[in-house]
Design a protein around this ligand. Structure first.
Ligand SMILES: *Cc1c(COP(=O)(O)O)cnc(C)c1O
Length: 361
């Protein structure tokens, strides 16, 4: 296959000039900053420094548009150079930017592999990009023949989610490699749940595949969904394009500061991954005893997809007890399935007790 990044990028994106912010034009050390029309007097609220230094953080200044400190720390953790990291306001920002960079509205298309994460399609629709849906197989793996058939000369992106949401399983690595080796567009591998999986990340393969983008997020195993920090890892050329089209100050100061602190706590993350996986296996074995459970699909993530007789009724029962799971029973290949996030030990126990009261007919 012939990969030519330049030929994939939309003309308007190639030709546009990126916004040059004040903080971009001068980012060195100085004592008086009168270049960005900020409020020189401070802000009415400050964040106490989590590191316990000085006054804490005032918010009157614009944040670092290139998020260098955060990237440098992530670079050490992920083993990827800073120039190969894009940071977004959640992975959702990265998904949206990829459509805007590579897909000409009402001409180009992207391939998505249902049942999968909903934002790939929502962002496509928002950008007036066609999606071609190629369903996963019954065991939630790639249908390579159908994918090959769906690819046409206007196919720019393929989104592969592994471990996949809402099914929980990892996609066979050798199948992903076949796509990487044969598709001359961009292959996006969404690894939002990779920390819970025994499978290895595709990040080390970035040196091998110029058409690869790996996405991860701090929203799941890192426990920071509220701070909104998504990551994309790719060639420097792809990252440069993403930086060109992003909003200049897409990651706010509070997020940058708190993430820097959070990244010191890998131990907390690893502990809770272990706890989550243990709870997942416990929950599975307890669910297995319930008469209305038909199948618990294998999971490499912090949730399980469970097929059960009367899924919608069970969903309603749980709601009436104040327990909310995700009803996926109308989703393709997920008939009668609920997606259950792994809770704390106590939460999972309460869930099981509620289900024990359910009399299947
Ligand atoms: C939760 C999730 C994300 C995370 O998105 P953020 O915008 O980073 O919170 C990304 N992809 C998948 C498949 C997810 O399930």
């Amino acid at each position: 296959m012939e990969f030519n990044l330049n030929s994939l990028v939309r003309e308007n994106i190639k030709n546009m000039t990126a916004y040059s912010s004040a903080r971009h034009e001068f980012s060195g050390n100085a004592s008086i900053f009168l270049d960005a029309n900020e409020n020189s007097f401070g802000s009415p609220v400050n964040l106490p420094s989590p590191l316990g230094e000085g006054l804490g953080v005032r918010f009157n200044r614009y944040p670092d548009p290139s998020q260098m400190e955060v990237k440098e720390k992530l670079s050490l953790i992920k083993g990827v150079a800073s120039q190969n990291i894009f940071l977004g306001n959640g992975s959702d920002e990265a998904i949206d930017l990829l459509y805007r960079i590579f897909c000409e509205p009402s001409r180009d298309n992207a391939i998505i592999l249902p049942p999968t994460y909903g934002m790939y399609e929502v962002c496509a629709e928002m950008n007036n990009i066609k999606t071609k849906r190629v369903n996963l197989t019954a065991d939630f793996q790639l249908n390579l023949d159908a994918i090959e058939e769906a690819i046409d000369s206007y196919t720019k992106l393929i989104f592969i989610c592994s471990p996949n949401n809402p099914t929980g399983n990892s996609i066979n690595r050798s199948d992903v490699e076949i796509i990487l080796n044969n598709f001359d567009g961009i292959v996006v591998i969404d690894e939002a749940y990779i920390n819970y999986s025994k499978q290895k990340s595709f990040i080390p393969e970035l040196t091998e595949y110029p058409n690869l983008i790996v996405m991860q997020t701090l929203s799941k195993a890192w426990g920071l969904a509220g701070l909104r920090l998504g990551m994309a890892f790719a060639s420097e050329k792809i990252i440069d394009l993403m930086n060109k089209v992003k909003y200049p100050y897409n990651i706010n100061s509070a997020t940058q500061l708190l993430v820097l602190d959070a990244l010191n706590n890998i131990e907390w993350v690893n502990n809770h991954i272990t706890i989550t996986v243990n709870e997942r296996e416990k929950l599975k074995s307890e669910l297995q005893n319930l008469p209305f459970i038909e199948n618990i699909f294998p999971s490499d993530a912090n949730f399980i997809l469970v097929k059960m007789r009367g899924a919608r009724n069970i969903y309603e029962l749980l709601v009436s007890k104040g327990i909310i799971v995700r009803d996926r029973s109308k989703v393709i290949l997920c008939d009668d399935c609920l997606r259950i996030t792994i809770g704390t030990e106590k939460e999972n126990q309460t869930l099981i007790e509620a289900l024990l009261n359910y009399k299947a007919n």
